[in-house]
Design a protein around this ligand. Structure first.
Ligand SMILES: CC(C)(COP(=O)(O)OP(=O)(O)OC[C@H]1O[C@@H](n2cnc3c(N)ncnc32)[C@H](O)[C@@H]1OP(=O)(O)O)[C@@H](O)C(=O)NCCC(=O)NCCS
Length: 154
């Protein structure tokens, strides 16, 4: 497989967020490409606008992206209080490159970030990738319920 580069962005991913920077800090229309990656391969994140994605990145303590040349092929982010709790969000690998260990690289890079390294518990939600996370040492929470409230409070 051609060389895959993993970028550990600064908190809030300012380069990617404001200038679309990719590998070697080169302008790569990264935000547009991230939008397309999510639209195509992340069913829960379809239709997010560039403005929304900028807000999302700005509020993420840890952001990781994977690139193959000028193409963004993977992404993941986390929010964290850097001591007690962190949550992983939007972990995704392009369909044609799934199954080559790239998702593992994204999750390991997130967990390895200084903002997550010492937190007591790292949470995540997944619809159909439970076995992927089990392989990475995550356990299902038998004694906890997942609650949510939607924006329109229905
Ligand atoms: C889930 C996802 C990120 C995994 O990335 P990936 O690059 O395909 O996974 P990897 O190749 O790194 O797999 C790591 C390990 O998990 C296993 N694995 C990956 N996907 C799996 C699945 N769906 N079921 C069972 N095991 C899986 C692999 O066999 C591998 O095990 P190994 O290291 O013992 O060989 C990727 O498939 C994806 O983007 N899916 C669509 C979006 C999605 O559902 N994301 C999760 C949101 S919470």
């Amino acid at each position: 497989m051609a060389l895959i580069r993993l970028i550990r962005h600064r908190p809030g991913a300012p380069g990617l967020r404001l200038f679309g920077l990719g590998p070697d800090l080169k302008p790569s229309r990264g935000l547009l490409k991230l939008r397309r990656l999510l639209d195509k391969h992340a069913f829960w994140a379809v239709g997010r606008s560039s403005r929304e994605l900028r807000q999302m990145l700005a509020a993420s303590n840890v952001v990781v992206s994977l690139w193959r040349g000028k193409r963004i092929v993977g992404f993941g982010r986390a929010t964290s209080d850097c001591i007690y709790r962190a949550v992983l969000w939007d972990v995704v690998v392009a369909g044609d490159l799934q199954g080559y260990g790239l998702g593992r690289k994204v999750v390991e890079a997130l967990l390895d970030a200084p903002q997550l390294k010492s937190v007591e518990r790292v949470y995540l939600m997944t619809t159909n990738s439970s076995n992927f996370y089990r392989q990475l040492g995550f356990k299902t929470a038998d004694n906890q319920n997942l609650f949510f409230k939607k924006k329109d409070f229905d």
